[in-house]
Design a protein around this ligand. Structure first.
Ligand SMILES: *[C@@H]1O[C@H](CO)[C@@H](O)[C@H](O)[C@H]1NC(C)=O
Ligand SMILES: *[C@@H]1O[C@H](CO)[C@@H](O)[C@H](O)[C@H]1NC(C)=O
Ligand SMILES: *[C@@H]1O[C@H](CO)[C@@H](O)[C@H](O)[C@H]1NC(C)=O
Ligand SMILES: *[C@@H]1O[C@H](CO)[C@@H](O)[C@H](O)[C@H]1NC(C)=O
Ligand SMILES: *[C@@H]1O[C@H](CO)[C@@H](O)[C@H](O)[C@H]1NC(C)=O
Ligand SMILES: *[C@@H]1O[C@H](CO)[C@@H](O)[C@H](O)[C@H]1NC(C)=O
Ligand SMILES: *[C@@H]1O[C@H](CO)[C@@H](O)[C@H](O)[C@H]1NC(C)=O
Ligand SMILES: *[C@@H]1O[C@H](CO)[C@@H](O)[C@H](O)[C@H]1NC(C)=O
Ligand SMILES: *[C@@H]1O[C@H](CO)[C@@H](O)[C@H](O)[C@H]1NC(C)=O
Ligand SMILES: *[C@@H]1O[C@H](CO)[C@@H](O)[C@H](O)[C@H]1NC(C)=O
Length: 462
């Protein structure tokens, strides 16, 4: 997306003010206009409409402005910057592990591992990409050593000692595979033992479960028991082979009410280090109106445009006892397009890219006008030619407002789907957020895997 065309920034005059929103939630002040600085956009004068201009009571104005000054000083447990990285990136976008800018990340969630729907046994899904693909310098005759993305991830960990790697199991396409084996103790045990092998053999720091989604009480409880089994399995291994280093356990967690209300969040939380909240995909091909797909607040003036909102999801997790510090606020590195439409919150004829997301770094055309809405914290582009195309995506300005929301709420980290979609340089969403939240988490990764079935991992690449 070229950002040099006309830009409309809506609602900046509301920044720092408080307004009542539907659903009984109080919106807290999230930003000062000074936050809008590192943006790659050149802001034009702020239009006063269509932003609601009703007076805001002065008592509602927040007493402080979030800035770097309020960020705690460096600790091991600084802010987390967590990105999913898909093993198919090496084919689809020629985005290799060696292309990753690790300095702005603290956790990389590698996806996905596959699972056997009957037994619960976990395995790599693409042995070529994961274990074999020859990167420059790899010795293909050395079959006792791992190559592929897994070797490169280990090298990346050696070069970036605060980068923790987590293997994610499942994903949207394989959701149904969780439905049977998780109901038996044997199935959960097989799952946990084989998931441990991904850590032990391939040099990861933890496991992420992407089960979309347990939908009834029986499966909600199966999820709790699955996490319990994993926690025990990881701790037992670690005590024996990793000097008790805490191995990580996270889940990809829903942001839609029907899905999060079905979970036993309190039961799960006791075993989890992080909740990766998938705070995107609120609108798309399945919607009746064009809409924001990753907004923080619901719109007061155009409610068709915000079928979901992140603040509602996060408030719910907090209400269930999840510590804000355990939450990773998910942000999209892709947009969702609607075609043949007159604008936001209106009907549309079709969707772009077969309904798939379009990576942020390849979005749009040179003519699209971009609108940033500080009230809902969302942005979109609109191109009136060819029947009208609207694309919902986050600009760096909007990412900054999200970062300020996270600081304000004490949220422990940001999460991104998916790493290959980011831009480089000042328009990088990940760098924009990482540079605005103060110190990043410095907890060291694990490099010692004495039980690995690969000699190069076992020998730390020596
Ligand atoms: C990337 O490739 C995988 C496997 O070839 C495919 O399933 C997936 O849909 C592709 N994703 C995109 C965004 O093109
Ligand atoms: C990844 O790095 C290689 C080597 O520097 C480069 O040729 C390639 O264009 C990069 N890929 C992407 C998607 O930037
Ligand atoms: C590649 O691996 C094979 C098998 O282990 C070994 O014989 C050979 O010396 C290695 N080549 C190089 C260049 O290290
Ligand atoms: C789960 O079990 C049911 C009943 O046996 C079966 O119909 C269904 O296909 C199974 N699901 C999966 C993903 O194997
Ligand atoms: C090593 O372990 C991984 C993960 O458990 C497995 O996928 C792989 O096939 C194993 N490789 C060898 C050579 O044993
Ligand atoms: C949630 O899980 C915990 C731990 O297993 C259990 O004690 C509790 O009863 C569960 N809550 C519900 C509503 O099922
Ligand atoms: C779209 O509209 C139809 C008809 O009113 C309704 O049944 C359906 O639930 C709506 N879909 C969404 C996602 O709101
Ligand atoms: C959306 O707005 C319309 C008209 O402003 C109103 O009738 C409707 O109740 C609103 N819906 C929600 C869910 O707030
Ligand atoms: C969009 O509108 C054009 C006519 O303006 C029509 O030819 C086309 O089929 C429409 N596309 C969709 C997806 O509705
Ligand atoms: C962008 O906005 C300007 C001003 O409203 C308008 O004249 C122009 O047609 C718009 N461009 C596109 C591609 O929609």
């Amino acid at each position: 997306m070229k950002l040099t065309s006309a830009i409309t920034i809506l609602g900046l005059s509301l920044l720092g003010n408080t307004a009542t929103v539907p659903l009984g939630q109080k919106r807290s002040g999230v930003a000062g206009t000074t936050a809008i600085s590192s943006a790659a956009v050149s802001s034009s004068p702020v239009p006063r409409s269509p932003v609601p201009s009703s007076p805001v009571p002065s008592s509602a104005v927040p007493s402080r402005t979030v800035s770097r000054a309020v960020v705690p000083t460096a600790t091991a447990s600084g802010f987390r910057s967590v990105a999913y990285y898909a093993d198919w990136d090496i084919y689809n976008t020629s985005y290799f592990v060696t292309n990753i800018t690790a300095s702005t990340l603290t956790h990389l969630v590698y996806c996905f591992a596959d699972l056997d729907a009957n037994t619960g046994s976990v395995s790599v899904s693409d042995a070529w990409a994961d274990l074999q693909y020859p990167y420059p310098g790899d010795n293909q005759s050395d079959t006792s050593s791992v190559a592929g993305n897994v070797k490169q991830l280990y090298l990346l960990k050696q070069q970036n000692r605060n980068l923790k790697t987590i293997f994610s199991i499942g994903g949207y396409s394989w959701a149904s595979k969780f439905e049977n084996f998780t109901l038996t103790a044997q199935g959960r045990q097989t799952f946990a033992q084989s998931a441990l092998l991904l850590i032990q053999n391939l040099g990861f720091d933890g496991i992420d479960i992407d089960w979309e989604y347990p939908s009834d009480p029986e499966h909600a409880q199966a999820m709790v028991l699955l996490l319990e089994e994993l926690r025990t399995t990881l701790d037992t291994y670690s005590a024996q082979y990793a000097h008790g280093t805490h191995l990580l356990l996270s889940v990809a967690a829903p942001a839609g009410p029907a899905n999060y209300e079905a979970l036993n969040i309190t039961g799960m939380d006791q075993y989890l280090d992080m909740w990766n909240i998938m705070a995107y995909d609120y609108a798309g091909s399945w919607s009746n109106y064009t809409g924001d797909h990753a907004n923080v607040y619901p719109s007061q003036s155009n409610n068709n445009s915000t079928p979901g909102h992140t603040d509602g999801a996060i408030s719910y997790y907090l209400s269930q006892g999840v510590a804000a510090k355990k939450i990773n606020f998910g942000m999209p590195l892709y947009g969702r397009s609607f075609t043949n439409t007159s604008g936001l919150g209106l009907p549309f004829g079709g969707v772009g890219s077969n309904g798939q997301g379009i990576n942020y770094n390849v979005l749009g055309g040179p003519n699209a006008n971009i609108t940033e809405m500080a009230d809902v914290i969302a942005s979109y582009s609109y191109d009136s030619t060819n029947g009208g195309t609207l694309t919902s995506f986050d600009t760096p300005n909007i990412a900054l407002l999200k970062a300020q929301y996270m600081l304000e709420k004490g949220i422990g980290g940001a999460m991104y789907w998916e790493l290959s979609g980011d831009k480089t340089g000042p328009e990088s969403i990940i760098a924009t957020v990482a540079n605005s939240v103060g110190n990043l988490d410095q907890t060291l990764n694990l490099l010692s895997y004495p039980q690995s079935n690969y000699t190069n991992i076992k020998n730390k690449m020596n």
